[in-house]
Design a protein around this ligand. Sequence first.
Ligand code: ADP
Length: 439
Amino acid sequence: MTVGTRIDRRRILVVEDSRTQAEALRSLLDEAGFDVEVAASGEAAIDKLRLEAVDLVISDVIMPGINGFELCTMLRQEETGGDTPFILLTSLRDPLDVVRGLECGADNYISKPFDPADLLARIERTFETSGLRGAAGAKGVIGITFLGRKFSIASGREQILDVLLSSFEDIVKANSALLEAEQARQTLFVQERRARVDADEARAKAEEANRTKSEFLAMMGHDLRTPLNAIGGYVELLTMGVRGPVTEAQVADLDRIQRNQRHLLALVTDILSFAKLESGEIPLELETAKLGTIAGSMESFIAPQAAARGITYEYLSCADIRVITDADRVQQILINLLGNALKFTPEGGRITMRCHLHGSHALVDVTDTGIGIPEGSLVTIFDPFVQVDANRGKREGIGLGLAISRKLAQALGGDIQVQSELGAGSTFTLSLPLAGEAE
Ligand code: ADP
């Protein structure tokens, strides 16, 4: 820096123990066209000022050693440079700081964190008023009490007015920031309330739609089941020859009608069960039951069908395991798992049902050596209406069996898990709470 520029530019001494703050101030003031010196403590500032005068001192209040108030007081007592304009940097957490600043003879203060434009404006004003001070600022010590404490202020009128105007300015700004924050809070409150109302409305609509859907499904299930049952009954009457003799070809046709009628009836029953499960309408009759009795009763359902398809069925006794459950619902689940095993296992395959214990639960494995399930579908097959690939195996059902079975198992305090290998087979595991634990 040349001597020439030093004469043109006003010199500011920044007294700040934080290096980061000091450097931030230095670059701001430098950019604004001042010559900036930095002292890292009150002591260093005094040394510097004794060597060379500056046009303005900006000092932090809180510093180890000599603090900002003390530095200002000491400076005012110096014989030369004692009237150098002095600005305090305060965090203004304590309102007394302003009065303390006046007491020590500071010209103004800037509260941290500061807005660069405000800082520069306040520096400019300090230069202006400190110039006037000599002429208009008749000095005399004034005793004041502020927040219950006494202060003796020797500053001139201009100086006092300036500090008070600055603090008024700060208060006005803080107040408008508060008002803005309050407005933002109110807007947020209104938005939040609106969002809550919208969410409530959406939930009510969804619940209503769900109820309508369940009612529709239940009604449809009921209205379809009655005529389907009637069809089944009349087909049986005709097959038995009650209405007169029937030919062999007619018996074969009646048999086809009956198979289709049973299939449709099973579908409608699935839909009805699912709708009831969804609306939580399925009552459970929980009691202690022997798993062996429930699982054993499946034999009559599966063995003939397996034999007819050339599949071996093996049941490894579950005899001594006692569970707390609803036997009818467990049968419904096992019929579905065994039915699927039959559907997806080719001739010559094997289906096995076996039980074992795992912690507080009994597990029933239904294992087949069938076509298996691709890994990507192992989770989705439990979703309603999901079928892996309509062209695989026999296309019966509508993808509700596993959704119903898992919901039932969960309602019984258990679950259904699956493990499968494509082309090798699958194991569906039903878990049920053991009687000892649940009782
Ligand atoms: P669906 O009544 O259509 O069989 P499920 O919900 O019972 O419906 O089964 C969903 C799908 O999961 C089936 O369509 C089939 O693709 C697959 N799946 C279920 N069990 C087996 C199994 N044992 N082996 C292979 N795939 C199976």
